[in-house]
Design a protein around this ligand. Structure first.
Ligand code: ADP
Ligand code: TRP
Length: 321
């Protein structure tokens, strides 16, 4: 299966991103052909700071490599390094009814939140359709908020195919219902926008401080505590195997320890879990040229696929004359 994922480089990655998106993607490399790219053109719709976008793009690349993106096995690149996507974006625009974009929830939500409406925000799904269709993607794993965008890509592909024949593979979205929503330190969904995240890569002191802020019920130290709805437990359990979960549950039930103790434990467990990734990240951080070379190699692999699609498109649409 050819699986395609796009990641916006819009901030520090947190453990919600890790369990909801990065870990499944890394694991899917085992038996799929993974195409993954850093969607820096898409991030332009929300980031107006060039220095920051460039920095976050390299940061995302470094983080993904550290967390297990395998550039030999998979194709990993930066969106703007494969220019064919912009050509396809224009071609697809002629197959995108205005109404289709006007119905996009993501656009409507952003405008409702007061984000200034502009053309790139409006045509965002067309560029995303170009990302998907350029590489003959069969499956696009997404969070619930992105389902409609994949459906839009499919609608556009159908319209194009109706006119010019079976050129595009019709993509399908995949939402992993098993991946529970990771709670933030306040118990709401962990999200950059809520300021309640635990970053994957931070200084140990910073992580420890954040974990101390996890909201818990006030229960006297000696009394038993319930773990099911405890934010500390629900975050820690993501990092524990079955036996370790039971052991932690027993500590809750036994009483005699406060939430502070469980927070210390959660901190240690999270810190240890990411240790090997942190070490790999330190390596890539110190070898940014190597990261750039990897991205270049990925762009070359992606370009080869893109060039084939674009040739077909130019030919059937009469752009090649
Ligand atoms: P954020 O909400 O922090 O802005 P994004 O929207 O950039 O995160 O999400 C990037 C990826 O991480 C998406 O695939 C999304 O489904 C996943 N993700 C984000 N937050 C969580 C969470 N709390 N639990 C599970 N998955 C999440
Ligand atoms: N819009 C996606 C998001 O915000 C990122 C993205 C851009 C993407 N192009 C894509 C995701 C193509 C999947 C396929 O998360």
């Amino acid at each position: 299966m050819r699986v395609l994922t796009g990641i916006q480089p819009s901030g520090d990655l947190h453990i919600g991103n890790y369990f909801g998106s990065i870990k499944p993607m890394v694991e899917s490399q085992k038996d799929n052909e993974v195409f993954a790219f850093i969607a820096n053109y898409h991030a332009m719709t929300s980031l107006g700071d060039g220095e920051r976008l460039a920095r976050l793009t390299m940061q995302a690349a470094t983080d993904f490599l550290a967390l297990g993106m395998d550039p030999q096995k998979s194709t990993f690149w930066v969106q703007s390094d494969v220019k064919e996507v912009l050509e396809l974006y224009w071609v697809l625009s002629s197959f995108t009814p205005m109404g289709l974009l006007e119905r996009a929830h993501s656009y409507k939500d952003k405008v409702a939140k007061g984000i200034a409406s502009n053309h790139s925000l409006f045509s965002y799904p067309v560029l995303m359709a170009a990302d998907i269709l350029l590489f003959n993607s069969q499956v696009v794993p997404v969070g619930k908020d992105q389902i409609q965008h994949v459906e839009i890509a499919r609608d556009i592909a159908l319209k194009f195919n109706n006119e010019y024949g079976e050129i595009f593979v019709l993509p399908e979205f995949k939402v992993d219902e098993n991946v529970a929503t990771v709670p933030g330190i306040d118990g709401q969904k962990m999200s950059k926008s809520y300021g309640n995240t635990i970053p994957i890569f931070s200084e140990e002191k910073v992580q420890s401080k954040i974990i101390k802020k996890i909201v818990t019920e006030p229960v006297p130290m000696e009394e038993p505590k319930e773990f099911e709805n405890c934010n500390v437990y629900n975050i820690a359990k993501l990092f524990l195997d079955y036996e370790e979960r039971l052991a932690l549950q027993n500590r809750y039930k036994a009483g005699g320890e406060g939430h502070g103790h469980f927070k210390l434990y959660a901190h240690d467990v999270i810190w240890e879990y990411f240790r090997p990734y942190r070490e790999r990240r330190a390596y890539y951080e110190a070898h940014q040229d190597e990261v750039r070379d990897i991205l270049k190699m990925g762009a070359a692999k992606a370009s080869a696929v893109a060039a084939e699609t674009i040739e077909k498109i130019r030919s059937v649409t009469g752009i090649r004359y």
